[in-house]
Design a protein around this ligand. Structure first.
Ligand code: NAD
Length: 474
């Protein structure tokens, strides 16, 4: 862990061993932090905050750019570690370091946008607002892209003048150390602190800490709800949540079905075995194209090559952990027993290299109805479902039928259809004729149980500030 600019073990010297999900070999360990460790990290962040806040936006921006450069210098090492620890395949994973560095650079340039307003509220006075940091911010990170999320999520709070305590995930935690080395070299002590360990006690202690007034969480709905409850019990806090998704891709009768299926399969993120909040896990196809969609999806997914995550030729690796493997397998069984039609996969792949590790075949179900468990629950694994619809109202009703609302894809050439559907969809992000797109500068985030608080944009930066009104009576 990185606490107050120095590497630290847990106060009780306990550890978490990390396994390579492709082989189950032990590859490293991180401290299993304690409440005391969290307290030390928050105290260090608090001590560092006034000095950090007093730096100009230009100084803070320059340091963020240096951190970005530090990520790039160590990219190969970070990516090898990350692929080995997560099971994400290296070819696509290369983008993760670049994305984290890109967010640091984007926010580094946004300092002058932390503007207040001048309001003519009285005849004789001057009335304006200032944007100020919260103080110490907690950012809690999930297992699917631990380096990318931890690195990218430093940017907005730091640029706004906060100091940060990051909590890394308990599975795939190893890249947190590399992040710590880069931060230690470049930033003043205490500005970034990294704590590792389990949700209970580390995440929970961080959330409950009275000095933490701002929490940015990325993870599951269940944990998001627990964080809202825990945060509310100790002090008044601003909590934003980036949670799960059960993302539909709606194919209209006029769509190019090849392009739609390509987008659905690409959007499923098989490179990370479907473990992405934005995965297009529900393909909703008009009945006129349904049979063709099943055929094309089956062929495209069957062509994916499972293999060593470090091999650039691998399209998909294992899922992240034994716990997650069992959860996904149980959901696949639910799909089978509830009457969905298994088109592809549905089990452990055959072959010597798949005997150990958390391997699951890319799986496709058709004839999935909205009541089925696999149509409602986020699998967060390599499982796609296909369903058919007859009318636009039915398509929208199915799309909106889950508790989630993160991303939606719409395939049609009819601009009116596309835009009226985009308006009726309950989703934080809509992509027309594509899937799962992120563009720096536009808020990414969900509605309903997918969370709230758009990130990757100016909104994220401003959300790490609080407005103070100043009245001058002339
Ligand atoms: P998770 O909720 O199990 O864990 C996320 C983090 O929360 C971990 O660091 C964990 O240790 C910590 N945690 C667990 N219990 C806690 C508690 N009581 N208090 C505080 N912290 C606690 O999620 P996961 O399994 O690591 O990640 C998968 C989930 O993340 C999926 O639902 C996925 O959709 C979601 N996700 C969302 C986005 C997004 O941007 N919307 C991005 C990636 C992942």
């Amino acid at each position: 862990m990185l606490i107050d600019g120095a590497f630290a073990v847990a106060s009780d010297n306990a550890w978490i061993t990390s396994l390579n999900p492709a082989t189950e070999a032990e590859i490293g360990r991180v401290p299993a932090g304690t409440k005391d460790d969290v307290n030390r990290a928050v105290d260090a962040a608090e001590r560092a905050q006034s000095g950090w806040k007093q730096k100009s936006i230009w100084e803070r921006g320059a340091l963020l750019r240096k951190v970005a450069a530090g990520f790039r210098v160590r990219a190969q090492e970070i990516l090898t570690m990350e692929a080995t620890d997560t099971g994400n395949t290296i070819a696509k994973l290369r983008a993760d370091v670049e994305i984290a560095a890109g967010y640091l650079e984007y926010f580094a340039g946004l300092g002058t946008e932390m503007k207040g307003d001048t309001v003519p509220a009285s005849a004789t006075g001057l009335h304006f607002t200032l944007r100020e940091p919260y103080g110490v911010v907690a950012r809690i990170v999930p297992f699917n892209h631990p380096f990318m999320f931890a690195g990218a999520h430093l940017a907005a709070p730091l640029m706004a003048g906060n100091t940060v305590v990051i909590k890394t995930p308990e599975t795939s935690p190893l890249s947190g150390h590399l992040l710590g080395e880069v931060c230690q070299e470049i930033l003043p002590a205490g500005v970034v602190n990294i704590v590792s360990g389990y949700g209970l006690p580390v995440g929970d202690a961080l959330v409950r800490h009275a000095k933490i007034r701002r929490i940015g969480f990325t993870g599951s709905v269940a944990t998001g709800l627990a964080i809202q409850r825990a945060a509310a019990e100790t002090s008044v806090k601003h909590v934003t949540l980036e949670l799960g998704g059960k993302n539909p891709l709606i194919v209209f009768p006029d769509a190019d079905i090849h392009k739609a299926v390509d987008a659905a399969v690409a959007g499923m993120n098989f490179s990370w075995a479907g473990q992405s909040c934005g995965s297009t896990s529900r393909l909703l196809v008009h009945e006129s194209l349904y049979a063709r969609a099943i055929e094309l999806t089956q062929a495209k997914v069957a062509a994916l090559k499972l293999g060593d995550p470090l091999d650039p030729a691998s399209d998909m690796g294992p899922v992240n952990s034994i716990g997650h493997y069992k959860r996904i397998m149980a959901l696949i069984e639910a799909g089978k027993s509830e009457g969905a039609k298994l088109i592809l996969g549905g089990g452990r792949p055959k072959g010597e290299m798949f005997k150990r590790g958390y391997w699951i075949e890319p799986t496709v179900f058709a004839d999935v109805t909205p009541q089925m468990t696999i149509a409602r629950e986020e699998v967060f694994g390599p499982v796609m479902t296909i369903a058919k619809w007859a009318t636009v109202d039915e398509a929208i009703s199915i799309a909106n039928s889950t508790d989630y609302g993160l991303t939606t894809g719409i395939f049609t050439h009819d601009i009116t259809q596309a835009l009226t559907t985009a308006k009726r969809i309950e989703s934080g992000v809509v992509t027309i004729n594509g899937s799962g797109m992120h563009f720096v500068g536009l808020p990414f985030g969900g509605v309903k149980n997918s969370g709230f608080g758009g990130e990757e944009s100016l909104d994220e930066l401003l959300s790490y500030t609080q407005a103070k009104s100043v009245h001058i009576m002339l």
